[in-house]
Write a protein that binds this ligand. Structure first.
Ligand code: CU
Length: 366
């Protein structure tokens, strides 16, 4: 664990420290609005530092994805971007399969159940494009989790917080035309987040309360963006693949996601969006034997609740979300917010289902 943190720190220094001095501040070029030769770059440039007549009007966030989508765009050579994004997910009811179950049913075969959980993330990201085709991104998140439990008639609250796993990603442009583009991405997530968050009695907290995966993970993605008049749209397929078993004896379940969105421009600086996302994730493989188990009786050795049961973690979900995006082409700043809720979820229970989620963030590009 210590070695991987050190190697990640070294990676951060190399990747963030080295390229920045090379960034070209950008050349001021004449503004030619709405001319036909300019249409292409108005459509797809976040930063047109060079070779583009409309460079001064270059920060076009309209074709971008809603706030909740990661790695939705690439930059032109020399492009630099910093972002902060807040994410909140609220869980309030237990599910088994696609139906809600009462607390008593969620405790069947266990000693207790989770009643509510909130997951918050403060995500920081930096993007840099060494070429028109290649964009690099470094991202990490500070996480805050809280969970309310029913344990043998008692209500207890537990909290965990700290930095999660850091991901370094590379995105490569496959093609770019006036009305559409596509890029592939590959992220490598380092195990910088803690998997040793403990309760006051010394036992480790359940899987969803831990801050990292404890493993090196691959995050491949494929993104497609299109635009037509006042509409822009896109889709992304992505996955998280956990490469090994972590130091605590388990591997989080791999996951896959497919999302598609539609943006409608309101004016030159704002757009609204609607998005549909399908996701699926597997159960935990292996087991953390320092998470609490039933101490006696016929169930001895079994997990005390669903949150510490590796076989009650998997599931799939279909989410619907609505978003708003505001941007300023002069400064390259963008504010975007998106909120949504599942329209369907099917969970290996008993497991807390998602009630609603929110993401809001600011980006600034140079
Ligand atoms: Cu960017």
């Amino acid at each position: 664990m210590k070695n991987s943190i050190l190697s990640t720190a070294a990676l951060v220094v190399v990747l963030v420290g080295a390229p920045i001095p090379l960034v070209d501040a950008g050349v001021s070029v004449p503004l030619v609005k709405n001319s036909t030769e300019c249409a292409g770059c108005q459509t797809f440039d976040c930063t047109c530092a060079s070779s583009c007549a409309c460079a001064a009007d270059g920060h076009h966030y309209f074709p971008y994805a809603p706030s909740g989508v990661m790695g939705d765009h690439i930059h032109r050579k020399g492009g630099l971007m910093a972002s902060y994004r807040y994410m909140l997910m609220s869980m309030q009811r237990n599910y088994d399969g696609d139906s809600q179950i009462p607390d008593a049913a969620a405790q069947n075969g266990y000693m207790g159940s989770a009643a509510e959980m909130d997951m918050q993330m403060h995500m920081l990201g930096v993007m840099f494009a060494p070429s028109d085709k290649l964009t690099l991104m470094l991202m990490s998140a500070y996480k805050e989790n809280s969970m309310l439990n029913n344990m043998m008639g008692m209500r207890t609250k537990m909290r965990s917080s700290g930095w999660g796993d850091a991901t370094f990603s590379a995105y490569y442009g496959l093609y770019k035309k006036q009305a559409s583009s596509a890029h592939v991405g590959l992220g490598l997530s380092a195990p910088t987040g803690s998997i040793d968050e403990r309760m006051s009695n010394g036992a480790r907290m359940g899987y969803p309360m831990q801050l990292g995966s404890g493993t090196w993970d691959l995050k491949p993605s494929l993104t497609w963006l299109g635009q037509s008049g006042d509409w822009s749209y896109g889709s992304q397929v992505s996955a998280v693949l956990h490469l090994d078993e972590n130091d605590n004896g388990y591997t989080l379940g791999d996951s896959a996601m497919l999302t598609g969105w539609l943006n409608r421009r309101i004016n030159q600086w704002s757009a609204v969006s609607i998005r549909l996302t399908g996701s699926s994730w597997a159960n935990v493989d292996g087991r953390d034997d320092q998470m609490p188990t039933i101490a006696m009786g016929p169930m001895m050795g079994q997990p005390v609740a669903g949150a510490v049961d590796p076989d009650a973690r998997g599931g799939s979900r279909l989410d619907l979300s609505l978003g708003l995006s505001l941007w300023d082409t002069e400064t390259g700043a963008r504010f975007a917010v998106e909120a949504g809720a599942p329209v369907y979820q099917n969970l290996d229970g008993p497991q807390l289902g998602t009630e609603w989620f929110l993401s809001a963030g600011v980006q600034i590009a140079w």
